[in-house]
Design a binder for this molecule. Structure first.
Ligand SMILES: Nc1ncnc2c1ncn2[C@@H]1O[C@H](COP(=O)(O)OP(=O)(O)OP(=O)(O)O)[C@@H](O)[C@H]1O
Ligand code: SF4
Ligand SMILES: [Mg+2]
Length: 333
């Protein structure tokens, strides 16, 4: 047995939706792993498959109208192909997810404390009294002032930032080892965003969790992740340490994403700038590199053959490109 087992091992994972217009390849051939207590970022344009990937890792895709292949091993549990009954053993307890829209995660007509202690009672088998005490502790942990009083309020009585703290408390109720945070600060103002992200960092350290942070905000991933996955058209096109991806990226799409963004040493909250051209139609992916129609480095080969991920100079850094950018450009960055 390895001394530092990987918490998550994803291999050749694909998620294809059966749509009236034909099969839509939302995630294709994705492989990566995640260590314990690590924060990994996933970045990419809108529609690149970040949410579908996170939901597939969690095992949340419905069985009908979707085909999932490959493997997601979470602490030795195979998520792909598991029944909902089997997945109940890991949902909330080993893996939890914070969704893009916090309002959909909370029941608007149920008091917030009850929403947390219901999880504790149903999933952890706590009695009513213990669950209430733990729910108040969790509200305190996520920085809700006067948690015993706030236990009784409804989600609509809280600000957006406070609601997102409640969502985090709900996700943490079962002490999961992996937290999937999908754009956890969407719709919040910049100061509140920073508070929520700092809170996630603190809790990750305190609970020794691993976190996958899906975001458009390059400032967020620059400072809060150790490794980064860059997605385009449902595939990983570059992956490596956050520093390598920021300063030694080889893939022109990664450069396009990062253009105008800050250096790792001086990050700020910069959102992705729009890249000229449109992402490909996932119902009809081109045979070669999906980025070719938008890439100023594209050659004939790019339009005909798809580049697979290949190793860069640094261990763990991979990229998919026939005409990669030169190395060591960022040695002094
Ligand atoms: N249930 C579904 N049925 C059909 N297609 C879907 C479904 N869910 C997602 N898709 C498609 O899969 C692709 C990837 O979507 P996804 O939501 O993962 O993108 P994303 O990278 O999270 O984008 P954003 O940054 O806007 O959140 C998109 O083309 C989307 O339209
Ligand atoms: S493979 Fe070709 S089209 Fe794709 S990113 Fe590299 S140079 Fe551009
Ligand atoms: Mg998304």
């Amino acid at each position: 047995m390895s001394l530092t087992p990987q918490l998550l091992v994803v291999k050749d994972l694909s998620t294809t939706f059966d749509t009236p217009a034909g099969p839509l390849a939302a995630v294709g051939g994705v492989s990566f792993d995640l260590n314990q207590n690590e924060t990994m970022g996933i970045v990419g344009e809108s529609g690149s498959g970040k949410t579908v990937l996170a939901r597939t890792v969690m095992g949340l895709q419905p069985r009908s109208k979707v085909t999932v292949s490959g493997s997601v091993l979470l602490n030795g549990f195979e998520v792909v192909g598991a029944s909902d009954v089997e997945k109940q053993k890991i949902w909330g307890l080993q893996v939890a997810m914070i969704f893009q829209d916090p309002m959909t995660s909370l029941n608007p007509v149920m008091r917030i404390g009850r929403q947390i202690d219901e999880i504790l009672r149903v999933r952890l088998g706590m009695d009513r009294h213990a669950a209430k005490a733990r729910a108040i502790e969790l509200l305190e942990l996520v920085g809700i002032p006067s948690p015993a009083e706030r236990y009784h309020v409804f989600p609509g009585q809280l600000s957006g930032g406070m609601r997102q703290r409640v969502v985090i408390a709900t996700a943490l109720a079962g002490s999961p080892q992996l937290l999937l945070a999908d754009e956890p600060t969407t719709g919040l103002d910049v100061t509140i965003q920073a508070q929520i992200l700092n809170l996630l960092d603190e809790i990750k350290e305190r609970m020794k969790m691993s976190v996958i942070l899906v975001t458009h905000d390059l400032g967020v991933v620059a400072t809060r992740t150790s490794r980064l996955i860059v997605m385009y058209a449902g595939r990983i096109v570059e992956m490596g340490s956050t520093r390598d991806v920021f300063v030694n990226h080889r893939m022109p799409y990664t450069r396009a994403l990062l253009d105008g963004s800050p250096k790792v040493s001086n990050p700020s909250h910069t959102r992705l700038l729009a890249i000229p051209g449109r992402p490909p139609n996932l119902l009809k992916l081109p045979p070669g590199c999906s980025f070719a129609p938008r890439c100023s480095f594209a050659t004939d080969r790019c339009h005909k053959e798809r580049p697979e991920l290949q190793p860069a100079n640094t261990p763990g850094h991979t990229f998919a490109c026939w005409n990669p950018l030169p190395t060591n450009r960022g040695a002094s960055a």
